[in-house]
Design a protein around this ligand. Structure first.
Ligand code: PMP
Length: 426
């Protein structure tokens, strides 16, 4: 019998639907900084992965993980210096009154826990999400998810509100009008929950709207939506699983761009640079009140190793000035993308913040018809050319560009030149 390929063995034991990137799946064996290496020794520039925010296999993070794993790793119900030191350092980066942290292992768990806290604190069950959202894979998140297929029907206690985008807005609409129009949709969603006898518990949104494709949100929209949910007795949960840890180049946290302090902030992906570390930050009284009713513990979340890894990630962000790097190199990439948009009519819009970009591909700049097939070809062609990117959006036509934060100008140049070549070859 012929030997099975790695792909065939994977499909046999993980099931054939377990998702893989690219028409020709990539077999990676090593990572370093912004580079990934495949089984044939070929090098790829990583312009997609935000989890290794300080770079793949950063030696400082690896050393911290190794040191603590060789000393003590245990569940979280003992006194432990590491978790307390990390919690102190992490909460110090948030605005008052966000001063207390609960650790988990995944972003899904963090959002699930945030929903429990919000329901408890508000006494309500109603949830408002974006109409193209993904916040995690637990049962209560799956039933409010709209960006990925799932067999669960959309929850009767949830309402999905479209997120405004200046690029997609009707011509002549001012930023202020657009913010008003969409805030009115949040107000409608709240009224509709109430009409059904449901009290709103939370507005759950990603403040960068990463999965939505980084829409150009009109100034003031988030603040208006937050004011409405609070007026209705609900809480504002800011999902920072993608927008946190210096990604935006402006602030450490994505919500800070909207000048609003959330009730709960959820964290994940880059927090452990690949080690499963996530959590939420909120005000002390919420955690105290919840804790009097629920005995919540998480076996692995915030273990000594997780805490040391989290500390090491914060060290690198600070020591290597990655917030400034995201801002500076991000501006450079943005300029490069704008140059490409001037050359290739397929690029309808380029949007970016720090080191997170969306390039919306359209067949016609007037009608903005999504160029989903073209996006797929570009993503696969880029992989063949040694640069890893992906795509998002309801039309699957928005290039998703989100490299590790140690991305430099030389990497930006290679990325832009390769994208230029891939677009020219279409
Ligand atoms: N929130 C957002 C905004 C996400 O993008 C994701 C994952 N893509 C999650 C939450 C869930 O995180 P995890 O996969 O760690 O459960």
């Amino acid at each position: 019998m012929p030997e099975l390929s790695l792909l065939q063995r994977r499909q046999r034991v993980l099931g054939s639907q377990s998702p893989l990137f690219y028409d020709k799946p990539l077999h990676l064996v090593r990572g370093e900084g912004v580079w990934l290496y495949d089984a044939d020794g070929r090098r790829y520039l990583d312009v997609y992965n935000n989890v290794p925010c300080v770079g793949h296999c950063h030696p400082h993070v690896v050393a911290a993980m190794h040191r603590q794993a060789a000393t003590l790793n245990i569940h979280t119900r003992y006194l432990d210096e590491h978790i307390v030191r990390y919690a102190e350092r992490l909460t110090a980066t948030f605005d008052a009154p966000l001063d207390t942290v609960m650790f988990t292992c995944t972003g899904s768990e963090a959002n699930e826990l945030a929903l429990r806290l919000a329901r408890f604190a508000s006494g309500g069950t109603g949830i408002i999400v974006s109409s193209y959202n993904y916040h995690g894979n637990s049962a209560s998140l799956a039933e409010v998810t709209t960006a990925l297929p799932s067999p669960e029907p959309f929850a009767a206690h949830a309402r999905a509100v479209p997120i405004p985008c200046l690029y997609q807005a009707a011509p002549g609409t001012s930023e202020e009008q657009l913010a008003e129009q969409y805030a009115a949709k949040v107000a409608e969603a709240i009224a509709s929950l109430k009409a059904q006898g449901l009290r709103p518990a939370a507005l759950l949104i990603d403040t960068l709207f990463a999965n939505e494709g980084l829409p150009r949100v009109p100034a003031g929209f988030v603040n208006k939506a937050v004011a409405l949910i609070r007026e209705a007795g609900g809480l504002f949960i800011a999902d920072e699983v993608q927008s946190g840890f210096a990604r935006t180049g402006e602030h450490l946290w994505g919500h800070q761009a909207h000048a609003v302090v959330p009730d709960i902030v959820t964290l994940g992906k880059p927090m452990g640079n690949g080690y499963p570390l996530a959590g939420l930050v909120t005000r002390n009284e919420l955690v105290e009140a919840f804790g009097r009713s629920a005995l919540y513990f998480n076996t692995f979340g915030g273990s000594p190793v997780a805490a040391e890894v989290g500390m090491a990630v914060l060290d690198v962000i600070e020591n290597e000035q990655l917030l400034a790097n995201a801002r500076n190199v991000g501006a450079y990439v943005q300029q490069g993308l704008e140059r490409l948009a001037a050359k290739h009519a397929l690029i309808g819009d380029v949007r970016g913040k720090g080191l997170f970009f969306a390039a919306e591909l359209v067949r016609d700049r007037q009608t903005k018809e999504p160029a989903g097939l073209e996006a797929r070809r570009v993503v696969n062609d880029m992989r063949e050319r040694g640069v890893l990117i992906s795509k998002i959006g309801a039309g699957d036509n928005i290039l998703k560009l989100r490299p590790p934060l140690v991305f430099g100008r030389e990497h930006a140049e290679l990325f832009i030149d390769t994208l230029d070549a891939a677009l020219s070859a279409l």
